[in-house]
Design a protein around this ligand. Structure first.
Ligand code: SF4
Ligand code: SF4
Length: 192
């Protein structure tokens, strides 16, 4: 019969509508923004830059190698390398980005920048409440807005973040110079 599919669909809707008054499980909407459904851990939106410790400048992991800028398909990352150097997470002097911008009006959330970064310095964020009244400048995120702490990363990605920490700790341990060989202890001379 023509229209039977529509009637069946309306019956399902009516059953769920009435049922939602008796069974919380049938209520699939929430009163946003007061109520929020938790986001899945692998949900991703736009990238952010990671820093260790409390200082976004001193702890910034990015060394301005520009690999992500080159690999970004829509070319929405813009980096200017610093003239001076600062210690990285292993204490080695490294360049840092004097400018690091991402145009999120162009970013397509592909995560390629994250995949190619050799320093675990850029990760995908879950912040989706980024609407702005202006179309251009307001959607160009600067280094200061992009920089977020490792604690924040642990909060949004409780499975991945400890794995990344372990990987970095292992890399740092491998680069540490081996301890100098212990001096031979003098052998005791037996008394004559
Ligand atoms: S997520 Fe993709 S499009 Fe967005 S900045 Fe990274 S590489 Fe570029
Ligand atoms: S985020 Fe990573 S890949 Fe991009 S410039 Fe910084 S260190 Fe290089």
């Amino acid at each position: 019969m023509i229209g039977s599919g529509v009637l069946k669909g309306m019956a399902v809707t009516a059953r769920n509508f009435v049922g939602s008054y008796f069974d919380k499980e049938r209520l699939i909407t929430v009163q946003y923004p007061e109520e929020r459904n938790p986001l899945p851990e692998n949900y991703r939106n736009f990238p952010f830059l990671l820093y260790d410790g409390d200082d976004p400048h001193a702890g910034l992991r990015c060394v301005a190698c520009k690999i992500c800028e080159k690999e970004c398909p829509p070319q929405c990352i813009y980096i200017v390398k610093s003239d001076d150097k600062k210690p990285d997470y292993m204490g080695k002097p490294q360049f840092y980005p004097k400018v690091f911008d991402i145009d999120i009006s162009v970013c397509m959330s592909c995560q390629i920048c994250v995949e190619v970064c050799p320093f675990e310095a850029i990760k995908m964020d879950k912040d989706f409440e980024l609407s702005r009244r202006e179309r251009f400048e307001a959607l160009l995120l600067r280094k200061e807005e992009l920089s977020k702490s490792n604690d924040y990363y642990h909060k949004i990605c409780p499975t991945d973040a400890p794995e990344v920490d372990a990987k970095l700790a292992e890399a740092a341990a491998k680069k540490k110079p081996a301890p100098a060989a212990a001096a031979p202890t003098p052998t005791s001379v037996p008394a004559a």
